[in-house]
Design a protein around this ligand. Structure first.
Ligand code: DPP
Ligand code: ZN
Length: 852
């Protein structure tokens, strides 16, 4: 398959200002009639070319005259003479057998759509690219019994009874949009209705549509939706623009959710939540995804992408917006720590591996492979840096200008940066490298004190990545403060140090007290910091840094230093880590969520990333040993914290109560590391007494980890209790696949044969294969059985749903970071995938690039 290059972009030859669609909906065979008003774009004599995939063309007409279809490279080519024309097509499609879940498909009795990125071409012939914006009129007709609810984008304008027990509805969306934002849903759905009055006094009718049994689980999503609408008015001055906003939940979905104009379609996982079935993390994820999709109404829909290379234009910005929303609604420090943990777990490895790409990629074979942590999460960090550099007021002026200037257009990342530049007067020329260069910069820092001043020496370097051997210096905003070593106070208050050169020094005058360097506070730049530190400095920062994130980071660094030493064969000094964790646990000033975060040692993935090559079982053992040492040394403090955390109110989702439950899980983990028997008893008791899914799930995970008859009993009880609830059964699969043990692969193989397992449902597949591949010690079993199993799953899933199958390839691509024996086995699994006949281009791209 051939690569597509950003540099080859050309504006569309033909525009489609308006489209009318008619659907005769039937899961077995749906007929779609499309009427496109097309207009020649510029001076040229090229034919209209329409994209289509798996469409049965029934008829084609131009200006009312039937035309014989011509095809070229899979496109329908329609020669036209005038400046405009009406092109009509009629096609048949088969939603029932559409297992790719792109286009129109059936899920649990519903018919629904997913068009981003290129699913619309599976519905009708159309120029399927985001820079063709059209006004949509949609008429749907279907059996009234089976499909009583008919929804599409925009507002309902008409409807009625049809022949033979059918009914119909017509919807119109007044806002021109690219076809990837088209949506329809038909089926038996119940609705949670509410309303929201916008700042300018318009009443918006809100609806969350789900299966009747799930209606009671929609309250949290509805609250999050209303909070999001209010937040976007307050924070970005963005008001909602239609009379209706609908969300529909479906259980088979490739993404988390989709921001279709006025009709968001969600994976059930990010809508449904109640205390019985959802953990605190699930509640938070529901709110974050509801906010994310809602925010897309401006950052994505009103202003959209010119081409798919610009994906981070909408995704980086929208992730940053949903992160800011979560920070404002909850605890800023705790949210930030979680965001960074996600970035380090998912994006740093990507940026250091064979699939590394800039947030604005230069080429792709299959665009769905680029819905990555780099485009999303690093993209969000880039926007955050822009806000840091500009300051909040200029940043807001910049986004106001961006939305005003480009409303109704399909634009580029460059246009966004330009708007910020124009509104603020800042020169962002060099900053633009964040869009073009891949790889995580490493910053080295050293503080030298002399003559009443402190001098900060900084260097930066970005490693080579595929296709980019040499890197230029980046603009790196580093929030920095100096903390008095004795006084514990800031002797130089926080300022943003802007590193722009390969080497740079910064002077802080009037610093006489010996000072500690607190740098990259609040993780102001997505970089790896390597600070040269004297003995005792990290220990001091771990209890005195005035920035919560930096304090957390000092504890992480302390542990990281010892763990890396241990993995390298040296002796681990547990005492400094224990001391830092003891004072954290005993602090009266810190909230429980922060304590819980601070307790979690750097992950095995993060440790492996810091090394050129490592043996996953050594990494695991060294980390486990340190956990056991901590659990033993702090036993009484941990027991106390564990017992005290039981006071969390099960009905409450405040930061305090969620934090207590998080602390309960973290302390239980340490007690288990030190004394599995004791932990087994505690976990079994916690499981039996649990009043929330958070407590139940963490107890179950702990039991599964320590094993034994209690574990089997709890897994059996959990299954029996929740067997009718797919989202909870996903947890049941996930918990078992996440056990960091040698024999997890056998358990996973058995689970893959369980009657409830299916490769066809992305959530279930992610629960088993995704969880397993994310558990390094289990996945990297030395005999390579884990790799072989994953390769088999990828190949089987590829025949059903290539987009989702390709998501499981990257773990195999980490082979360069793994010791040679396993690396060879990982490579041979990749080679076997590549040799398979009929491979999708999705999996081909990921596997071939992973082999490198
Ligand atoms: N629905 C996906 C998201 O919101 C892709 N746009 O990120
Ligand atoms: Zn998004």
């Amino acid at each position: 398959p051939a690569a597509i290059h950003r540099a080859d972009y050309r504006p569309p030859d033909w525009l489609v200002p308006a489209i009318a669609l008619e659907f005769d909906l039937d899961p077995a065979r749906t007929v779609v009639r499309a009427r496109l008003e097309v207009a020649r774009n510029g001076e040229h004599d090229r034919a209209l070319r329409l994209d289509g995939e798996e469409l049965e063309l029934l008829s084609l007409a131009v200006d009312g005259q039937a035309v014989d279809p011509q095809f070229e490279d899979g496109q329908l080519v329609v020669p036209l003479t005038g400046a405009s024309a009406v092109v009509e097509t009629e096609v048949a499609i088969r939603p029932q057998v559409n297992t790719k879940l792109m286009g129109l498909y059936a899920s649990g009795g519903l018919l629904c759509t997913q068009c981003e990125s290129q699913g619309f071409r599976r519905i009708t012939w159309f120029p399927d690219r985001p820079d063709v914006l059209s006004r949509y009129r949609v008429r749907m007709s279907a059996d009234r019994q089976r499909f009583p609810v008919l929804l599409s984008n925009g507002n309902p304008v008409d409807g009625g009874e049809g022949p033979d027990g059918t009914h119909w509805a017509q919807w119109e969306d007044p806002f021109p949009k690219p076809c990837y934002l088209f949506a329809l849903v038909a089926g038996e759905l119940s609705v949670n209705r509410d309303s929201f009055t916008t700042a300018s006094g318009r009443e918006v009718e809100l609806g969350i549509w789900v299966r009747e049994d799930d209606l009671a689980k929609t309250g949290h999503a509805m609250r999050a939706l209303k909070d999001s609408m209010a937040w976007d008015e307050r924070t970005y001055g963005r008001e909602y623009d239609l009379d209706r906003f609908n969300i529909v939940a479906v259980s088979d979905f490739n993404f988390g959710a989709m921001e279709n104009k006025g009709l968001n379609i969600f994976n059930t996982r990010y809508v449904l939540a109640d205390r019985e079935t959802a953990s605190d993390a699930d509640f938070d994820a529901v709110a974050a995804v509801v906010a994310h999709e809602y925010f897309h109404n401006w950052s994505g829909n009103r202003v959209t992408c010119r081409d798919w290379f610009q994906l981070s234009l909408k995704e980086g910005l929208t992730v940053f917006r949903d992160q800011s929303f979560s920070e404002d609604m909850g605890s800023q420090a705790v949210e930030r720590i979680d965001q960074v943990r996600t970035l380090r777990a998912a994006q740093f490895p990507e940026d250091a591996g064979p699939l590394a790409h800039p947030i604005r990629p230069d080429s792709y074979i299959e665009i769905t492979n680029f819905y990555t942590a780099t485009v999303y999460n690093k993209g969000a960090e880039v926007i955050r840096m822009l806000r840091t550099i500009l300051g909040p007021d200029d940043y807001r002026r910049g986004t106001d200008l961006y939305f005003e200037r480009y409303d109704g257009q399909a634009v580029t990342c460059e246009d966004f940066v330009q708007a910020l530049e124009d509104a603020s007067g800042h020169d962002l020329t060099q900053f633009r490298r964040w869009y073009s260069q891949a790889g995580t910069p490493t910053i080295r820092a050293r503080l030298v004190q002399e003559d009443g001043a402190a001098v900060l020496h900084l260097t930066q370097s970005t490693p080579p990545t595929p296709g980019q051997a040499d890197k230029l210096p980046m603009v790196v905003p580093l929030r920095t403060a100096l903390i008095g070593r004795e006084s514990g106070r800031e002797v130089a208050g926080e300022q943003v140090v802007l590193l722009t050169e390969a080497e740079q020094t910064v002077r802080f005058e009037g610093v006489t007290e010996p000072a500690l360097l607190s740098i990259n506070r609040d993780f102001s730049a997505p970089v790896i910091m390597q600070v040269e530190r004297a003995a005792g400095e990290l220990e001091a920062l771990a209890i005195s840094d005035t920035d919560s994130f930096a304090r957390y980071e000092a504890i992480q660094e302390l542990a990281l230093r010892e763990l890396l030493k241990g993995i390298g064969g040296g002796e681990v000094q547990a005492d400094p880590v224990i001391a830092a964790l003891r004072s954290t646990l005993l602090s009266n000033a810190l909230d429980p969520a922060f304590k819980a975060d601070a307790l979690i040692l750097p992950s095995e993935t993060m440790l492996a990333e810091r090394l050129d090559q490592s043996d996953p079982s050594v990494v695991h053992r060294v980390r486990d040993d340190l956990r056991a040492a901590i659990g033993t040394a702090l036993r009484s403090e941990l027991e106390d914290a564990y017992a005290a955390s039981s006071r969390a109110d099960p009905e409450s989702l405040t930061g305090e109560d969620k934090g207590l439950r998080r602390l309960r899980a973290a302390t239980l983990g340490y007690l288990a590391a030190a004394d599995p028997e004791r932990a087994r008893a505690l976990a079994a008791a916690q499981f039996d007494a649990a009043r929330t899914m958070t407590e139940r799930q963490s107890a179950l995970g702990m039991l599964a980890m320590v094993g034994g008859s209690e574990a089997e009993a709890a897994l059996g009880a959990f299954y029996e209790r929740f067997k009718g609830d797919p989202l909870v059964i996903d947890k049941w699969f996930g918990v078992q696949a996440s056990v960091a043990a040698e024999d997890t692969i056998e358990r996973v193989e058995a689970l893959a044969a369980h009657p409830d397992f299916t490769l066809a449902n992305p959530n279930r597949l992610r629960a088993l294969a995704g969880s397993f591949a994310a558990t390094p010690f289990a996945f990297h079993r030395a005999d390579g059985r884990g790799y072989e199993w994953l390769a088999d799953v990828i190949l089987k899933a590829d025949a059903i749903n290539p987009q989702t199958a390709a998501r499981f390839v990257p773990p195999l691509g980490r082979w360069r970071k793994v010791e040679p024996g396993r690396a060879a086995l990982m490579r041979s699994a990749l080679e076997r995938i590549l040799a398979a006949p009929g491979l999708s281009k999705d999996v081909f791209e990921q596997a071939s690039k992973s082999l490198g």
